[in-house]
Design a protein around this ligand. Structure first.
Ligand code: PLP
Length: 442
């Protein structure tokens, strides 16, 4: 694209809604692997993956080819009206990677839409009204998904009333857990060691039990909805006993456990799904983002016996399970398997955390390094240990100036998230950490 065309086109950006809070003004022209290229040919190492979507890297050739082929055959085969090959192939691929018990599938377009569907499914099949979600959780921007979201107050501002029947319990976040601090635990050690094997102090589970007997009753609760690794809320890895305890609570009271794997799924954490780290199987799993390398697709997975209690017509959508998106998803999963991208995510994640822990050793503003696989968060703090959003903002801008794209998250905007594509190599990891350390120092 010529500079004149780019400048002219950019005038249209003035007409885009201000509701898209902007991270950058980069005008991107194309992407390849771990890199984005802007219209002036400047290269950026993309450790955002379009918010955890392009897990196979930008424009993975196998995915692009599958999209091209499918586009020439059939763009839209509406799910109520016909079966199409990519959707059926996708079911076969998903059955090979999802927990075997979860063998019923529904497809939609976005994460929020799948969350809405999962909640409707849980309410309609149990006949119960209430849902328990977790503070710091993010499940999307539609009204139903927003009612379940509490990662930032501003998302909920000015849109009341939201659907009722939602109760929030605290998530097991060791770094800021009062009980862990009172016990004198070293926050970095808690998070960096092997958080998924460590035991929770039990307080968050007590809070869930308490909530179940105070704000509602167990008989009224349809589902507990949880992110196996808290995403937008700050990249928090809970102890395994927290998720296992939730499973037990659900079993005790006949409540459905819903795992929102929208951000943590598709190899991101070094396993196909994050729940695999914790030894639990949910009743319902929600998937999106990484499933189709960038094409809009999401899904709900549940036991067929449960899924088939959902009455025909109780839910649906025109585009869900779009043929081209499904073809992209099939190619995505095949590429992940054949190129061992999930294993690469586990390996590179270890390298990334090691490198970042060295940065933590040199920079006291790094309060915590945590994560699983290539879903890694770095919490930036002030000298008194308070969240440092201003430093985080400056650091992200300095990284961008140096050709590295990163995002932040967390209720205080002070967690830098490292979510590179799963094809990333060690050189790129070291490059990114070097730039991050330079940016911090600057
Ligand atoms: C855990 C989780 N659930 C749901 C969503 C909503 O997905 P979408 O933005 O596709 O609606 C997100 C998006 O970031 C997410 O991280």
């Amino acid at each position: 694209m010529t500079a004149t065309t780019a400048t002219k086109l950019l005038e249209q950006a003035e007409h885009l809604s201000s509701v898209w809070a902007r991270y950058s003004d980069i005008f991107v022209e194309h992407g390849e692997g771990a890199y984005l290229y802007d219209v002036e040919g400047r290269r950026y190492l993309d450790f955002t993956c379009g918010i955890g979507v392009t897990n196979t890297g930008h424009c993975h050739p196998r995915v692009v080819q599958a999209i091209r082929e499918q586009a020439g055959l059939l763009l839209h085969g509406q799910a109520n009206i016909v079966y199409h090959r990519p959707m059926l192939e996708l079911v076969a691929e998903l059955r090979a990677i999802a927990p075997p018990e979860l063998d019923g599938f529904f497809f939609s377009n976005s994460g929020a839409e799948a969350v809405e569907g999962a909640i409707k499914l849980a309410r309609q099949v149990t006949g119960r009204s209430d849902i328990i979600a977790f503070s710091g959780g993010f499940h999307g921007r539609t009204s139903g998904a927003l009612a379940l979201t509490s990662s930032k107050g501003k998302y909920r501002e000015g849109v009341a009333p939201l659907p009722a029947g939602i109760h929030f319990a605290p998530y097991a976040a060791c770094f800021r857990c009062a009980v862990a601090r009172a016990a004198g635990a070293n926050s970095a050690a808690i998070s960096y060691a092997a958080p998924h094997t460590s035991a929770c102090c039990g307080e968050p589970l007590h809070q869930v039990e308490h909530l179940l007997h105070t704000q509602t009753t167990p008989e009224n609760v349809a589902a507990i909805l949880v992110e196996p690794v808290l995403g937008e809320g700050g990249y928090v890895v809970p102890p395994a006993s927290f998720l296992q305890g939730l499973r037990q609570i659900c079993d005790t009271y006949g409540i459905l456990l819903i795992a929102d794997e929208v951000q943590s799924g598709f190899g991101r954490t070094g396993r196909f799904f994050a729940i695999e780290h914790f030894g639990i199987t949910p009743d319902i799993m929600i998937i999106a983002k990484g499933i189709a390398s960038g094409l809009p697709l999401s899904g709900i997975i549940a036991r067929r016996a449960l899924m088939n209690r959902w009455k025909p017509g109780a839910h649906g959508g025109t585009y869900g399970g779009n043929a081209v998106a499904c073809a992209a998803a099939v190619a995505t999963i095949q590429a992940m398997r054949e190129e061992r991208l999930v294993e690469n995510a586990a390996h590179q994640g270890t390298v990334l955390k090691q490198e970042l822990s060295h940065v933590m050793g040199r920079h006291p503003v790094v309060g915590d390094v945590r994560g699983l696989g290539l879903m890694v968060g770095v919490e930036l703090i002030t000298a008194t240990g308070a969240p440092d959003a201003a430093l985080t903002k400056r650091t992200l801008a300095a990284c961008r100036d140096r050709g590295l794209l990163l995002l932040n998250c967390g209720p205080y905007d002070n967690v830098v998230r490292f979510i590179p594509p799963l094809i990333v190599n060690e050189d790129q990891i070291r490059d990114a950490v070097r730039i991050f350390a330079e940016a911090l120092a600057s």
